[in-house]
Design a protein around this ligand. Structure first.
Ligand SMILES: N[C@@H](CCC(=O)N[C@@H](CS)C(=O)NCC(=O)O)C(=O)O
Length: 223
């Protein structure tokens, strides 16, 4: 059995390293980095023509998109560990929440970061940054409602659905944080990243549980 995860722990690849650590299966982490142009090298583009990390090779199957990779890994290797639900409806909810995290959760985070940090100063617009914060708060409110009557998003146990949501909306966690935010003092962090906003109570409780997973600690140790 050969599983290769292309990417570096200081990138969105951390989401998949977390999944692999939860599964406790054998894998190789092939160090491909965007910072040194590795994602644009011809040999990597042959694996992921998008030129982005992560990518997965699992016994001949090649996949890109971090959350799709995690769903695949959970479906194939995670049922015994409760990471992949056995019910059809919960499998559909898992796909729903994963797509939701990527479409409703990630863009507002990036929008605020772009307009408070990444764009050249002359191109930043405060209104855009605030719009990102507002959209993020709205998404977090939806999640808070869904967690009202349950510890985890599908019910009583942690699954790939939680991992995928926290992998995106919890990406201020030390093990998941973009390296561009490393070293910022807490006030500057709060200014540039909507992830630092206070969470409503159900999300705060759930985020604490997700953030304390030992598998995530192991990802932190890889950074
Ligand atoms: N939606 C993709 C996004 C992947 C992505 O944007 N990865 C960044 C690193 S965190 C990347 O590889 N960037 C390289 C580049 O843009 O050249 C996923 O979640 O896998």
């Amino acid at each position: 059995m050969t599983i290769k995860l292309y990417g570096t722990p200081k990138s969105r690849s951390a989401r998949c390293l977390w999944m692999l650590e939860e599964l406790a299966i054998a894998y190789e982490n092939v160090a491909v980095n965007f910072a040194d142009g590795g994602t644009q090298a011809p040999e990597y583009l042959a694996i992921n023509p998008n030129g982005r990390i992560p990518a997965l090779e699992d016994n001949g199957l090649v996949l890109f998109e971090s959350l799709a990779i995690n769903i695949h890994l959970a479906r194939k290797y995670g049922a015994a560990k409760g990471l992949w639900s056995e019910t059809f409806d919960d499998q559909s909810r898992t796909v729903q929440w994963s797509i939701w995290a990527m479409t409703e959760g990630e863009p507002p985070i990036v929008r605020t970061l772009m307009h408070r940090m990444f764009l050249p100063e002359g191109q930043r617009t405060e209104a855009e940054a605030v719009a990102g914060e507002q959209a993020f708060r709205k998404a977090v409110g939806v999640l808070d409602g869904a967690l009202r009557d349950r510890p985890y998003i599908l019910g009583n146990t942690f699954s790939v659905a939680d991992l995928n949501i926290f992998g995106v909306l919890g990406s201020n966690h030390r093990a998941l944080r973009t390296p561009f935010l490393d070293g910022l003092d807490p006030r500057e962090l709060q200014r540039v990243s909507p992830l630092e906003l206070d969470s409503p109570p159900n999300v705060a409780r759930w985020a604490r549980q997700c953030g304390e997973r030992p598998a995530l600690e192991r990802v932190l140790a890889m950074r």
